[in-house]
Write a protein that binds this ligand. Structure first.
Ligand code: NAD
Ligand code: TYD
Length: 351
């Protein structure tokens, strides 16, 4: 079957894995990647598929109603996978309004455009909203987040994602927009911007810089390999039921400090350092304001109903991830020097 899919945020971490998967796996689909190329968007993430005949990149902001409507019309879009977002909790603490702008206003702008474009024939259309487990809040016992867990967001980031989830469901209820939502746990893998825990630690380990652990390092996150998230998105997009929510997770909880120690021991081996040398870089720093204690997903529904589960263990995924960063130091250098932002400025200024 032929489809024209709009993927938003496809130049970011998870979006680039989703775009790559769809471009390679579905040559009969036309994949349109719409991304504003903020600091987190990097077209180098998609070098390997940028010339594929079924792939088009459009630089646009999801808050720009005219631009979004034009793309949907011009390309006859019949499915949307929406990943574009401001995604870093620490940034949301210093600048909450940019999260409201992109995550709430931007999502509603996209919903409006889809509703308008599809109003005469909703059949066969699909708006897939990619969200986070952080909307459920912070766990203080040994329970797990279910799809029915009440929303209780605690950071400006998770509050903005929760608001966007509510708008998607409201458009489904009010305008009968066909939608699915998924809420996923923390992702790790290649092409992850080095301001998030795992790539930041790998980069600092590589450069023998301090490893900043917030508070006592006792916060717990449930880690999933990014390519497994992309495969879950593929499964839900094609087989999920309209109006449903699916939690996605790796059944893989780690205390931050244990995870940092594991990374240190992997890096000792990879870099030929004496055992225990990297761990000396661990530095406890002031805790994040309102730091959520624990996230953990019950991913039973997607396994039971759609047959999806993670394909690799954390140990395998983490080693692959470390290998990727060590083999792609140029990618890291470009991001950390801001060279790629300069390239965009020059490149797009000429158009
Ligand atoms: P990211 O920050 O790496 O990428 C976000 C992308 O969106 C970037 O390419 C950026 O340029 C683009 N973007 C930002 N604002 C935009 C705008 N106004 N218009 C158009 N494009 C814009 O984020 P990520 O980690 O890849 O996350 C992608 C999605 O998955 C987000 O919706 C996030 O909430 C969700 N999510 C992330 C995780 C995780 O662990 N990273 C876990 C669960 C869910
Ligand atoms: P992060 O990667 O920012 O993801 P999120 O906050 O969305 O879960 O952080 C993961 C965990 O690691 C979180 O508990 C905060 C902690 N953390 C540190 O201890 N040090 C750091 O430098 C960063 C970026 C995060």
């Amino acid at each position: 079957m032929q489809r024209n899919l709009l993927i938003t945020g496809g130049a970011g971490f998870i979006g680039s894995h989703v775009v790559r998967r769809f471009v390679n796996k579905y040559p009969q689909y036309r994949i349109i990647n719409l991304d504003a190329l903020t600091y987190a968007g990097n077209l180098e993430n998609l070098r390997d598929i940028e010339n594929a005949p079924n792939y088009t990149f459009v630089k646009a902001d999801i808050c720009d109603a005219e631009a979004v409507a034009k793309v949907i019309k011009e390309h006859g879009i019949d499915g949307i996978i929406h990943l574009a977002a401001e995604s870093h909790v620490d940034r949301s603490i210093t600048d909450p309004l940019s999260f409201v702008r992109t995550n709430v206003f931007g999502t509603v702008t996209l919903l409006n455009a889809a509703k308008e474009a599809w109003k005469s024939a909703m059949e066969g259309k699909r708006f897939y909203h990619v969200s986070t487990d952080e909307v459920y809040g912070s766990l203080h016992d040994d329970s797990l987040f279910l799809e029915t867990t009440p929303y209780d967001p605690q950071s400006p980031y998770s509050a903005s994602k929760a608001a966007s989830d509510h708008f998607v469901r409201a458009y489904g209820n009010t305008y009968k927009l066909p939608f699915v939502v998924s809420n996923c746990s923390n992702n790790y893998g290649s092409h992850h911007f080095p301001e998030k825990l795992i790539p930041l630690m790998i980069n600092n380990l590589r450069n023998s810089k301090p490893l900043p652990v917030y508070g006592k390092g006792e916060n717990v996150r449930d880690w999933l390999w990014v390519e497994d998230h992309a495969s879950a998105i593929d499964t839900i997009f094609h087989n999920g039921k309209n109006g449903e929510t699916y939690n996605i997770g790796g059944h893989n909880e780690w205390k931050n400090i244990d995870l940092v120690h594991l990374l240190c021991s992997i890096m000792d081996k990879k870099l030929g350092r004496a055992a225990g040398e990297s761990a000396k870089l661990i530095t406890y720093v002031t805790d994040r304001a309102g730091h959520d204690l624990r996230y953990a997903i019950d991913a039973g529904k997607i396994e039971r109903e759609l047959g999806w589960k993670p394909s690799i263990t954390f140990e395998v995924g983490l080693e692959r991830t470390v290998d990727w960063y060590l083999a792609n130091t140029e990618w890291l250098e470009h991001l950390t020097t801001g060279a790629y932002q300069q390239y965009y400025k020059e490149h797009y200024a000429q158009r």
